[in-house]
Design a protein around this ligand. Structure first.
Ligand code: FMN
Length: 262
């Protein structure tokens, strides 16, 4: 695959992966690609855990499920991330950012836009949506043949210091290498981030992965081979839209917006 094509095709996989185990060869290609990323003074502050043990994946899946249910039930997720959710195509075309919830079970569709109101939250709890999303999330994570934990060494990563920005930037670039290489290998990848939103849950994952004090657990991902005809989750979104050049690029100074190519 040409690089530009790989970049244009790169996307998050929201649906289930094939159960087929990820080959050791592909796992090593992914982390080799990560290590080719730039880092300040070539410090390579990243560390990765390749998780293909079924028991460990199930433990993490349970936490991913329960944290999703908790976040949805309490409405915190919606309050915190309301500004990113789009429910109509027109708004999505105009803004060209955020995530467009274009797949919802029939009974929920009439209430989509109210999902963020207190009344909407009450209704969602009555319709047991948090539980459904939690079960779906657990199933997705448990069904992923490979989980990947991304960590930073505290030798480099000092939160209050400039090095923390350098480390996070380097880790971000290493993870992007993994994301692009997934495309090349017929694989997909998605953040498993709901445990990050619940402090106790993140600590649980740290202990499951036996993370030493010398390392900081930064993120967890689920990976696998993408099925030819991927079935979309009951509640699903698209986020392939990107801003026009004139919406995010300037020419020479920030007072001159770049014109969109004709
Ligand atoms: C810091 C960060 C956190 C993210 N958290 C999640 C997440 O919790 N769940 C998810 O499905 N995608 C998550 N994503 C992926 C974004 O939603 C996705 O990259 C964006 O919507 C663009 O879609 P695309 O990756 O398909 O191009 C995250 C991305 C970043 C950089």
């Amino acid at each position: 695959m040409e690089l530009l094509e790989a970049i244009r095709k790169r996307k998050t996989t929201n649906g289930a992966f094939l159960k087929k185990p990820v080959s050791r060869e592909h796992q090593h290609i992914l982390v080799e690609a990560a290590a080719r990323a730039p880092s300040h003074f070539n410090s390579q502050p990243w560390r990765f855990v390749l998780i293909d043990d079924a028991k460990i994946r199930t433990k993490i899946a349970k936490i991913a499920g329960s944290t999703m249910t908790q976040l949805m039930k309490e409405g915190r997720f919606f309050q915190r991330y309301r500004k990113y959710f789009r429910f109509d195509r027109e708004e999505m075309e105009r803004r060209r950012d955020g995530i467009f919830i274009d797949q919802l079970p029939g009974p929920l569709r009439p209430f989509a836009k109210q999902a963020f109101s207190d009344r909407g939250l009450k209704l969602m709890n009555q319709l047991r949506v948090p539980g459904m999303l939690g079960r779906d999330n657990k199933k997705l994570v448990e069904g992923s043949p490979l989980l990947l934990a991304a960590l930073l060494t505290k030798e480099e990563y000092v939160p209050v210091d400039l090095s923390s920005f350098y480390c996070i930037l380097s880790l971000g670039m290493a993870i992007e290498h993994i994301w692009l290489t997934c495309g090349e290998l017929g694989m997909g990848i998605q953040f498993v981030s709901t445990p990050m939103e619940i402090p106790g849950a993140w600590d649980e994952i740290k202990s499951i992965l036996k993370v030493p004090d010398s390392l900081e657990l930064m993120a967890v991902y689920r990976l696998g081979y993408v099925p030819p005809a991927a079935k979309r989750p009951k509640i699903d979104w698209t986020s392939s839209q990107r801003k026009k050049l004139s919406q995010y690029v300037f020419r020479n100074t920030c007072s001159d917006t770049e014109a969109d190519p004709q």
